[in-house]
Design a protein around this ligand. Structure first.
Ligand code: SAH
Length: 570
């Protein structure tokens, strides 16, 4: 039967590791113990010939060699005083055939001492992972006894995908985090969704919870919130190369006077030039870089300066030439307006300096991307004739597709409505009326899913009351049945895409339980069940991963054409 293990990391500083044996493996174990700050005690009779590496460590005092055969009491008396002499871990290196191995294994188990016997998983209570270490960053791989060569190969492959300097960046980010925490007297990171338990892969469902700029408590935690967002959204390559200027920009986000942070550094943009600047507002698609248009790709390669939204996918940012300056909007809950002002003034400064400025947005610039406002801004500033707008594939229509949901389908859905779950200043929006042949896509809605569901399924939910004191509750509005199918689609087209298929009744509970993986949206309507029939008896189903675009390489042209003909006939 297959099992998986509880992976943990153990602070072994000062621990006593008993290493039994004298072969090269014993040398390797000693080296590992020393690496993690433990004290290795080697037990081997002095008749044996020691591996030379081991002998060297003994000679220079790193390893203590107890020249004697193993005795049962050793595990209970050679350890740290503070734990009554019990050793912290035992490594037996002589392999499964040595009868002593089984004996020591049993002895340790009885005394609750972690024991590892080389090449004998059944005699181990723990095993060592194949590890990649880079500064404070450690990555461990196990195949749970299916082969250490394989683990090591997988570990190498994973490590080779990481950008250089990531370890140093982790150290740096950790220091910044600690400094901010100390300065802000934060005792816990729960607020920013950054829990200490690294097992929480996904964010809590409130990670992107709305925080208004007037929120006093919010002001205090601005920097830590921005730091969390950087760690969540910036491409790893960018994080790995975090600069002094980046660090300054996080630290300088003032808690008491937010406006000081909105003054962008434009010192390197020469405003005296005569050359006429250009500004391109472009959409970068939902996530996967293959979903960029050629026009936007060209703009990325030729711009003098790029001003990107926080949500611009990392695969797209990776296409930016190394020398092009990039500014990523410091947008986090509570800082939307300031981040926007900051980008606009940077754009203006670039234009004045005669630069080609690319304002890169996620999805399509005119679908909840404030693209229209930005166009107006630059026109007002006298640059209307040098603004161009390039479309992008919107997540609103592509995320359903990647989740296997045809937004329209003959006989099921004849209209699609795109709306937002969050209105201006964070107020709830007027919920759309139920139409049984309608597919509704809600962007920016998952952080208030419970309120949204209540608005859709009842006339007088809590949120409806907040809407605007003056608005009469419209009782003629048709309500959505709770059994209406819906799907939460997160990080559509990214490798960590996730789809949760459920109904209005359970979607709130599903998000609460599964956490959130922003950005994500909600698709509502019978179209959700056209290609994926519901799993009877299950409240929700979670699907992980992005299937990609299919690999047409190597397929005969005939096949592709055949497929197309088939589609055309339907
Ligand atoms: N202009 C963008 C939308 C910006 S609003 C577009 O056309 O796609 C931001 C919202 O878009 C997020 O809150 C989320 O609801 C949605 N979104 C963006 N990218 C997404 C993705 N890859 N998967 C799912 N939802 C996404």
């Amino acid at each position: 039967m297959s099992h998986i293990s509880l992976l943990t990391s153990i602070d072994s500083t000062g621990h006593i590791h008993l290493i039994i044996g004298s072969n090269p493996l014993a040398a390797a174990r000693c080296a590992k113990s020393l690496e993690v700050g433990a004290k290795p005690l080697l037990i081997a009779p002095d008749t044996v010939e020691l591996h030379y590496a081991l002998q060297k460590r003994i000679d220079n005092g790193e390893v203590v060699w107890l020249k004697k055969p193993f005795e049962d009491e050793d595990v209970l008396r050679l350890g740290r005083e503070e734990i009554n002499g019990v050793v912290d871990a035992v490594f037996v290196t002589s392999g499964p055939r040595d009868p002593l191995s089984a004996h020591i294994s049993l002895l340790c188990r009885r005394n609750r001492i972690p024991v590892n016997v080389s090449d004998a998983s059944s005699l181990c209570t723990f095993s060592l992972l194949s590890t990649h270490t880079d500064g404070p960053l450690q990555i461990g791989v196990t195949t749970n006894g299916r082969g250490c060569k394989l683990s090591s190969r997988i570990r190498r492959e994973i490590a080779s995908c990481l950008p250089p300097n990531l370890g140093a960046a982790c150290a740096r980010l950790g220091t910044i985090r600690q400094r901010i925490q100390e300065e802000d007297h934060l005792t816990h990171m729960a607020l920013s969704g950054d829990l200490d338990d690294e097992d929480s892969i996904d964010q809590t469902s409130t990670f992107n919870k709305l925080v208004t700029e007037a929120d006093l408590d919010a002001a205090k935690n601005r920097r830590i919130r921005w730091l969390s967002q950087i760690c969540e959204y910036w491409p790893l390559r960018r994080l790995a190369n975090i600069t002094d200027a980046d660090v300054e920009s996080v630290l300088k986000l003032s808690a008491s006077n937010p406006s000081t942070s909105a003054t962008p550094d434009t010192t390197n943009l020469d405003s005296r030039t005569e050359k006429k600047g250009r500004i391109i507002l472009a959409g970068s698609g939902p996530g996967h870089p293959d979903l960029l248009t050629r026009a936007t790709h060209k703009a990325i390669l030729t711009a003098d300066i790029i001003l990107a939204d926080k949500l611009v996918p990392s695969g797209v940012l990776d296409l930016i030439p190394r020398r092009t300056p990039v500014h990523i909007a410091r947008k986090f809950p509570g800082n939307a307006e300031l981040a926007q002002e900051e980008l606009l003034s940077l754009g203006l400064a670039g234009l004045k300096a005669g630069k080609t400025v690319l304002r890169l947005k996620q999805g399509d610039p005119y679908i909840y991307g404030r693209g229209g406002e930005e166009f107006e801004f630059f026109r007002r500033e006298g640059y209307g004739d040098v603004v161009s707008v390039l479309p992008g594939i919107t997540s609103a229509l592509s995320a359903p597709l990647f989740a296997g949901i045809p937004a329209t389908q003959r006989g099921v859905s004849d209209q699609v409505l795109i709306c937002t779950g969050t209105g201006r200043k964070g107020k709830p929006t007027v919920p759309p009326e139920y139409v049984d042949t309608r597919t509704v896509v809600f962007l920016m809605a998952l952080h208030r899913i419970t309120g949204l569901v209540a608005d859709l399924t009842s006339w007088e939910s809590e949120d409806a009351k907040v809407l605007d004191g003056s608005v009469e509750v419209d009782r003629s509005r048709r309500l959505w049945p709770k059994k209406t199918p819906c799907a939460v689609v997160e990080r559509a087209s990214c490798p960590d895409q996730r789809v949760i298929r459920t109904t209005l009744e359970f979607v709130g509970a599903a998000i609460e339980e599964e956490g959130s993986r922003p950005p994500g949206l909600l698709v509502l309507g019978n179209a959700c069940e056209v290609l994926n029939k519901p799993d009877k008896g299950r409240k929700w189903v979670v699907e992980e991963g992005f299937k990609g675009f299919g690999d047409f390489e190597g397929m005969g042209l005939e096949f592709v054409l055949g497929g197309k003909e088939e589609r055309d006939r339907v």
